[in-house]
Design a binder for this molecule. Structure first.
Ligand code: GAR
Length: 221
């Protein structure tokens, strides 16, 4: 990134886009010193596309159903994203499994948010699985994306106590609040050059981040 231009984010969504909206807000308030260059969805009907367009952000969709293989779809993503020269690519509820065709060109500047305390519950239905396991807490993790599904080095995690009578839906409404807080924090660290991805995992300000990420506490920034 050169100092002569503002950092550029590209955000990938598949649905509602509430995390994307948290980024729109964070850029507007100056919490993140960046512009959102593009919001892209694999689903042309994603509600978040309209939200982004209403905020004056460029949007596009690349429908995965029109591609024969994951690799072909990923190659189309790469060629679109490269036109925008992103400094950081944000997966925000992007519900596609990515191949190295996409991951490799953006390695080290590709973040994802996953609604569990990774390494617990990679994949789908995370809140239901936490409830069925009798866990006392659930949560959310922001992590670097590597080849392993939901397995890249965690950066930051927020914990949410499970309450008596919780359903996957009630739990999700409390977890999403934390998602909107921790994702912009991780992105800000990355854009400030404070985060690094290496062979052993991730570091913040040169210090090794624990295997489950930094525990979010209020006031951390
Ligand atoms: C969020 O809860 C995000 O953590 C989850 O999808 C939701 C998207 O909501 N992501 C995954 O499950 C990725 N494996 P949003 O569209 O309102 O941001």
């Amino acid at each position: 990134m050169t100092s002569s231009r503002k950092a550029r984010l590209v955000i990938l969504i598949s649905g509602r886009g509430s995390n994307m909206q948290a980024f729109i807000e964070a850029c507007k308030t100056g919490q993140i010193d960046a512009d959102i260059a593009l919001v892209l969805s694999n689903s042309p009907d994603a509600a978040g596309l309209a939200t982004a367009a209403a905020a004056g952000i460029a949007t596009t969709s690349i429908d995965h159903r029109r591609y024969e293989s994951r690799k072909d779809f990923d190659a189309a993503l790469v060629s679109t994203l490269q036109k925008y020269q992103p400094d950081l690519v944000i997966l925000a509820g992007f519900m596609r499994i990515l191949t190295p065709v996409f991951i490799t060109p953006f390695a080290g500047k590709l973040l994802n948010i996953h609604p569990s305390l990774l390494p617990k519950y990679p994949g789908l239905n995370t809140h239901r699985r936490a409830l069925e396991a009798g866990d006392r807490e659930a949560g959310v993790t922001v992590h670097y994306v590597t080849q392993e599904l939901d397995g890249g080095p965690p950066i930051i995690q927020a914990r949410v106590p499970i309450e008596q009578g919780d359903s996957p839906e009630t739990l999700a409404t409390r977890v999403i609040v934390q998602e909107h807080i921790i994702y912009p924090i991780a992105a800000k660290w990355q854009l400030q050059g404070r985060l690094q991805l290496d062979e052993q995992g991730a570091t913040l300000d040169g210090k090794r981040i624990p295997a489950t990420g930094i525990d979010y506490v209020q006031g951390i920034e």
